[in-house]
Design a protein around this ligand. Structure first.
Ligand code: PMT
Length: 407
């Protein structure tokens, strides 16, 4: 039996030179047992014929909303419901822009908007287009919406320039599809608790001590876990954006004291606990009910007292067999400090991210992490979108969990 036996895949093809590779991709998907429906943009037909693709897939290719001579309507809604996975390969800059902004002026984008399951895009374009702020912005938006980005590779491009912009090879795309199906529901029955975002420590009614955490990393983990079947509770500090997936249970708090209280409740029954929040280590000793006036003061001294260490408190009440994962946000001696935190906080794993790495840490859509575990495991990852980082972290958590159960 093929690894994709019985899976329904919509293969979206857009108008770029790399469309010739889509025939190979289609063939590989079919060979592994998938049922594939091809949806092409009108301009894709300039690069590869619908006849080739319908012959390979054994199904008529869908491209227009209506069949011109019969008036038959092609339902993007039905296609979106039918698909277990949608792969857009190649994805041009224009299609990525339409997908990111909901511009539903062709069958492919309407199908994407109706898709209920996972979507992957494999961009292909010239190197400057690929690096342009607009393409990067659209990719970041799609990644934040849960779309899996199969980054383009380096190599010679249609323009004969050499750089990043070649569509990933069909074999790699098939491998990603196989990986998606194999880990799709591997967290069913598990409870996950996650701390997310910053904490705000009030000084007076208008001022607070906080930090730059946006919650993106924590919520990417929440989304990854829920999409793999886990029950997820996220205890979050004040952030600007929340995930749209209503299956994530969100508990909103403001200060470290409040986060500590809610986390102790949420983590008590969790099989997996992840501390992705950037918790203020200190809070003002006193809070002023009224706005502190600056008149007549050349300086202001605020005395700070220590906040509870939430991860250490939770680990003291750790549920038998559960796994606790902390983050370490470092600027110097990163790995050494991460090891110390693992020990001091009595955690099973630490995800290290360093503010020295461009594109990593606070507010960015990407992160670059090294994961270490108690048993000596260590793995460094390249810069990726936070949702992909979350998938890597979850894969390692599940591996570590198996080891703990075997002991
Ligand atoms: O939210 P984003 O903008 O996406 O940014 C993500 C992030 C950079 C905030 C995230 O990836 C991250 O690194 N979170 C942890 C930040 C941090 O506070 O690191 P730390 O090295 O100071 O703390 C170590 C660990 O102890 C962390 O797991 C932290 O959640 C936990 N901690 C720290 C202090 C405290 N009082 N209680 C805690 O539980």
């Amino acid at each position: 039996m093929g690894s994709l036996e019985g899976k329904h895949i919509v293969l979206g093809i857009t108008g770029g030179i790399a469309a010739y590779k889509s025939a190979v991709l289609l063939r590989l998907l079919i060979k592994r047992g998938a049922e594939v429906q091809v949806v092409m943009t009108p301009s894709a037909k300039e690069f590869i014929t619908p006849v080739t693709l319908s012959a390979l897939s054994g199904k008529p290719v869908v491209s227009e909303f209506f069949t011109a001579n019969t008036g038959e309507w092609h339902s993007h809604v039905d296609l979106g419901l039918w698909a277990d996975l949608m792969i857009v390969a190649p994805a041009t800059a224009s299609t990525l822009g339409k997908m990111a902004n909901g511009i539903a002026d062709n069958m492919l984008v309407t199908t994407y908007l109706s898709a209920k399951e996972h979507v992957m895009v494999a961009p292909a374009m010239d190197l400057d287009m690929y690096a342009s702020p607009s393409t990067r912005r659209n990719l970041a938006t799609l990644a934040a919406d849960g779309v899996e980005i199969i980054e383009a590779a380096e190599g010679e491009l249609a323009s004969h320039l050499v750089g990043k912009g070649r569509m990933a090879e069909p074999e790699e795309i098939v491998e990603r599809a196989e990986r998606f199906f194999s880990r799709r529901q591997d967290m069913v029955g598990m409870k996950v608790a996650i701390t997310v975002g910053p904490t705000y420590e009030k000084i007076d009614p208008v001022r607070f001590i906080g930090n730059y955490s946006s919650g993106k990393m924590g919520f990417a983990l929440a989304e990854e876990c829920v999409s793999r079947g886990a029950e997820v509770i996220a205890v979050t500090g004040p952030v600007a954006a929340y995930p749209s997936d209503s299956r994530i249970n969100i508990v909103k708090v403001e200060s470290a004291l409040e986060m500590n209280e809610e986390a102790l409740k949420a983590f008590r029954t969790a099989d997996i606990g992840i501390f992705a929040a950037a918790v203020a280590d200190y809070r003002p000793e006193t809070y002023s009910d009224h706005k502190i006036k600056r008149e007549g003061k050349d300086e202001m001294i605020i005395r700070l007292v220590k906040n509870p260490d939430i991860s250490s408190n939770v680990s003291e009440e750790k549920k038998e067999g559960s796994i606790l994962v902390g983050f370490a946000l470092e600027t110097d001696d990163a790995l050494d400090n991460a090891h110390k935190k693992l020990e001091k906080k009595n955690l099973d794993m630490i995800v290290l991210n360093s503010l020295e790495d461009k594109g990593a840490g606070f507010r960015t859509d990407t992160n670059k992490v090294t994961v270490i575990a108690r048993d000596g495991f260590k793995k460094a990852f390249p810069l990726k979108y936070k949702r992909e980082v979350a998938a890597d972290i979850v894969d390692i958590i599940l591996e570590q969990q198996k080891k703990i159960k075997i002991k």
